[in-house]
Design a binder for this molecule. Sequence first.
Ligand code: CP
Length: 315
Amino acid sequence: HDHLITSKQLTREDIETILDRAAEIDADPSAVADRHTNTLLGLLFFEPSTRTKMSFETAMKRLGGDVVDMGSVESSSVKKGETLADTVRVIEGYTDALVLRHPKQGSATMASEFVDVPLVNAGDGAGHHPSQTMLDLYTIRENAGLDDLTIGIMGDLKYGRTVHSLAHALTNFDAQQHFISPESLRLPREVVYDLHQEDGGAGIREHESLEEVLPSLDVLYVTRIQRERFPDEQEYQKVAGEYQIGTETLEAAGDDLTIMHPLPRVDEIAPEIDETDHAAYFEQAHNGVPVRMALLDLLLSDDGAADRRGGESDE
Ligand code: CP
């Protein structure tokens, strides 16, 4: 695949190829330090990011390449009204691959239709965030294994793009998925429909309470309530602060429970949890580098990339 837009496009084999490559790189990053010299990655972030942007930058540099960064919406010509289509068409001429984060769902699909270099969706509104999913799966594989997995996914399941991408990807594995949220933040019905189609529905359950499933979980994936996506602040206030995890919550959890969070967190996980063996969220964020190195390596090494480089040298 030349573009990575959603985890739905990935088979189990694709996912395992990415995770295995990431594990190889993780074991010996110096072996790939010169693998993509003279390669430039374009960063187009129309929304804030710390981890995704910085780990893609770190990944490209650790592969011997470099990045060019559009900067913020405020400091770019987006501010003058330039369209996303024009922006990506221009920046693909400067670079070998693009990473795009944008507030509008579907924007990465649209943008990918205008470019030939590989484009990675780094979050399109409440849509998808597939490179996050790869580091999530990597972390799950390391801590709990991907088969015979029981996972609770909790919080803002309506707007959480990391949740949508992860849930689709997990249908490729023998995973029981428990979705825990207030009624108003349940998974969108179209996502549930797709998950049932992909999975036969066997592994999908929805709950309003963590209590009933916590003892059975191998992994608890906690998410932030996505305040910026609520059309109405009052609706946010109704659910803000729900589903917080403290040390007392964990009394009912198994000793081996792994707690994950895509971060940033606001108040969903108490800081006391950070020092326990349950906490895997900082490790998860660190896994973003080898996993994105693997993704970039695979996207930049395919035949299409070689053809494009050949084409460019003739111009
Ligand atoms: N997990 C994640 O996407 O973090 P950032 O928004 O900081 O990139």
